[in-house]
Design a protein. Structure first.
Length: 290
């Protein structure tokens, strides 16, 4: 079996996409946007796309616009060969892996026109990473335009619930700017330890990887307390995470899943962010209603 077609420019991508859609008489195209350093979380998105769409595409682009720290951008893990192998084994047809100048011709200057993620992009992750979600909204808008299959085929884009705030902002982006794209959420994939899979886990030492389970443990405890009808005692859980070795808590919040504003009611979403060995990790869990 031949592997996915690798394209580097928008023109190449569009021409291959048009060819594949026509060849398969495809009614829909699945798109999995990624920043590479792929793992089984990404694979779950690809499998969901494969199950729905006759043509499956992925993008691989470490988007500088969503990194507020140049060091974080530089250290972000990259491995094109391993990524192409995983795309191939998950049946991805077409990969778009542009150089940064292809996406942003004025780079390192920012593009003049960017997409604002509004107030939703300024809280939680956005409060600690100013500009991050505007960078996400801008690159996702570009990808939706680049992958627009035109004609009768519809674009479906797959996003992980692991990045819950990002998923919400992408949904708002589609609604507010009328992108003809269906957003499909995919549940968070976890290691056996409970740790949410992430490309950034590659940057953790073994002891940091163990310490990082403090994040999911706090979320599971919250969910279990809520399910048992107990007070979820956020302050005590925050203390517990702060007391874990090598973990620096940024936030642990329970929010309304529609507004991302703090709530004491269910259904809710619990979100956590912390640095473990200097690596920023995020996770979240849904807290079902009564
Ligand atoms: P990234 O490459 O980190 O930008 O992630 C690309 C996509 O994969 C995003 O939609 C993420 O939410 C999703 N993703 C990352 N990790 C996971 C995970 N552990 N489970 C499910 N989806 C994930």
């Amino acid at each position: 079996m031949s592997g996915p077609v690798l394209t580097r420019t928008v023109a190449e991508l569009r021409s291959e996409l048009t060819r594949l859609v026509a060849e398969r008489d495809a009614h829909s195209v699945g798109l999995v946007p990624t920043m590479g350093a792929l793992h089984q979380g990404h694979a779950a998105l690809m499998r969901a796309a494969r199950a729905d769409a006759p043509v499956v595409c992925a993008s691989l682009f470490v988007n500088p616009l969503q990194f507020e720290s140049p060091l974080d951008l530089e250290l972000y893990p990259r491995d094109l060969d391993a990524d192409m192998a995983l795309f191939g084994s998950e049946g991805v047809d077409l990969v778009f892996a542009p150089e940064v100048e292809e996406m942003y011709p004025s780079y390192p200057d920012s593009p003049i026109v960017r997409v604002s993620s509004g107030h939703m992009g300024q809280i939680l992750e956005g409060a600690s990473r100013p500009g991050h979600f505007d960078g996400v909204a801008t690159v996702v808008s570009k990808l939706f335009n680049i992958f627009d299959p035109e004609g009768p085929a519809r674009l479906r884009a797959y996003f992980g619930q692991k990045d819950a705030q990002q998923l919400m902002i992408v949904r708002r982006l589609v609604a507010d700017l009328d992108f003809p794209v269906t957003i499909v959420p995919v549940p968070t994939q976890r290691e056996e330890s409970g740790l949410a899979m992430s490309s950034r886990n590659l940057l953790l030492t073994e002891s940091h990887r163990q310490a990082a389970t403090a994040l999911s443990e706090a979320l599971f405890a919250l969910r279990d307390r809520a399910a048992a009808g107990e007070d979820w005692n956020l302050a005590a859980l925050r203390r517990q995470v702060r007391d874990a070795d090598e973990v620096i808590l940024d936030y642990l919040e329970v929010v309304d899943p529609g507004t991302l504003l703090p709530t004491s009611r269910t259904p809710a979403l619990a979100l956590i962010a912390a640095y473990v060995g200097g690596v920023r990790l995020i996770d979240n869990i849904e807290i079902p209603g009564p």
